[in-house]
Design a protein around this ligand. Structure first.
Ligand code: CA
Length: 503
């Protein structure tokens, strides 16, 4: 087992793979000057005041004071560099064509009549126009699951698409397009099989017409609670409509489909300094295989790519894609600046405890999950893709907000990398958990699906863990395996991204 990881020749710091006591000669000629916690950095050379601190071959920051060889480097010891400019970024200079061969070329999915990507699950999704209906809907859904769903064995679940949007909001504000688009596209999610069902209150700003289109606003699809005579009528209206939709969904069958029918999302959260060493590069390798096999993979989280955006731009296949990437970064820079913050509002305290000193270090690890494929399209938050391959879908980095944005974009499942651990999950699509270190898997053996910890210790390669993950992704997409979050029903509330005013 190795004691430290140095990622590139240029790096002047390395990360310890386990807690190392002060006074340890970790490398011949380098003795640790303090206790160094697992995943944290130490200096490989003397670094002068204002000197560059380099990891991943990039400058993470500048030393606030002189740092001696062997010293622990924590987040208080470096100054954040300025973000790379998004003007005139080079594009197309790093287009890789020799991606690793996908060992499997098909999966078992639910083909959809609208021609969009296939479903990975067969779910009755009940849309809501407004938060006000949630209480009634939740009671009805419990009843449906208890009394009706067991009659339809080909349907996996009934999910209330609850959210906090819909009324008390500036619905005509320019930025209201984000939450509205998210909810419109979630209603079309491939796992819902085109069976539309909406519960509305009746007086909300997000009207049924606005949510699903006038053509879909029919008594076959829509229940308006204010039109129901009393509570029992509301519950009965919902359960009766649900039964009809379940009858239709029960006819859906999985079929063998090419990987071009598969769309998945990548996200990370609760990251540590190993995320960029083990879990994210392994996910990146799996992503490369998926793309090689014809699948579409998206990665997101603007603040967590902002400092490495030039590495994404050089993989963009056209000027148009590069321009949209730049536009998304500018939009987010302005969004943050309006509240007098910048991307340094990320990382979280747990990230720092996990050895991530700042957002540059976090970004370099985060981008690793996108692998090396060419980037064929950039999406605004909650847009649906139109191309196949690797896609950058701009979203906030917040796990709870990125998840719904990617759902709206149509992902059949999400692969979620973590170093510190999070039980986050989505109701409408499975979430696979990949951890960065062995201790995390030991702590949560029955929450984490795949550990990339053996990459840290040098016992497995990125290719080995990446291939294991690729196969697990296809098994989960095909319904032959369920990740732990799905087995337990760990479902987070859908936080819909709403940068527009609440009234
Ligand atoms: Ca995240």
């Amino acid at each position: 087992m190795r004691d430290y990881v140095k990622l590139t020749e240029r790096d002047n710091v390395a990360v310890v793979t386990h807690d190392v006591a002060k006074g340890t000669e970790i490398i011949p000629g380098i003795v640790t000057l303090q206790d160094i916690p697992q995943a944290h950095k130490f200096a490989l050379v003397d670094i002068p005041k204002d000197g560059e601190i380099i990891r991943y071959g990039v400058v993470l920051g500048y030393a606030l004071d002189e740092i001696k060889k062997g010293a622990w480097i924590n987040e208080h010891m470096l100054r954040l560099p300025t973000s790379p400019s998004v003007d005139n970024m080079k594009w197309g200079t790093n287009i890789r064509t020799d991606l690793p061969e996908a060992p499997r070329k098909s999966f078992m999915g639910y083909k959809n009549p609208d021609g969009f990507y296939a479903g990975t699950r067969n779910i009755l999704g009940i849309q809501t126009t407004v938060q006000c209906v949630q209480g009634v809907l939740n009671v009805a859904v419990e009843k449906i699951k208890r009394e009706i769903l067991p009659k339809y064995p080909n349907v996996d679940d009934v999910v209330a698409v609850n959210h906090a949007y819909g009324c008390g909001v500036a619905i005509n504000a320019p930025n209201a397009k984000f939450p509205i688009r998210a909810l419109q596209n979630i209603a079309k999610h491939p796992n819902f099989g085109g069976q539309l069902m909406v519960v509305s209150l009746g007086c909300e700003k997000l009207t049924v017409d606005k949510l699903v289109g006038e053509e879909n606003n029919t008594p076959k699809n829509v229940i308006v609670l204010q039109d129901c005579k009393g509570y029992d009528a509301m519950i009965n209206a919902i359960t009766n409509m649900a039964e009809k939709k379940l009858q239709a969904l029960d006819k859906r069958r999985r079929e063998e489909l090419p990987l071009s029918e598969l769309l998945i999302g990548m996200q990370c959260g609760g990251s540590d300094a190993f995320s960029g060493v083990s879990a994210n590069p392994s996910a990146g390798y799996a992503a490369d295989m998926l793309v090689q096999g014809g699948a579409t993979v998206m990665f997101s989280e603007v603040t967590e790519v902002r400092d490495g955006v030039n590495f994404i731009a050089e993989r963009c296949v056209s000027e148009e894609v590069r321009d949209k990437l730049a536009d998304e970064m500018r939009w987010y820079d302005n969004y943050l600046a309006a509240e007098q913050v910048d991307r340094s509002a990320n990382p979280a305290p747990g990230n720092k405890k996990g050895g991530l000193s700042n957002i540059v270090e976090k970004a370099m690890g985060s981008i690793a999950k996108s692998g090396t494929s060419p980037i064929v399209e950039v999406l605004s938050p909650a847009e649906r893709p139109t191309k196949h391959g690797m896609i950058y879908a701009a979203t906030p980095a917040s796990d709870m907000v990125c998840g719904p944005c990617q759902l709206a974009s149509g992902i059949g499942l999400q692969v979620f990398m973590t170093g510190r651990g999070t039980p986050y999950g989505l109701a409408a699509a499975p979430v696979i958990k990949v951890c960065s270190r062995n201790e995390m898997k030991e702590q949560w053996p029955d929450v984490i699906d795949i550990s990339a910890g053996a990459v840290v210790t040098g016992e497995k390669t990125i290719q080995e863990v990446g291939t294991e993950l690729f196969n697990f992704i296809l098994d989960v997409a095909s319904g032959t395996k369920k990740p732990y979050t799905e087995q337990y029903g760990l479902h987070n509330f859908l936080c819909i991204f709403n940068p527009a005013p609440i009234t």
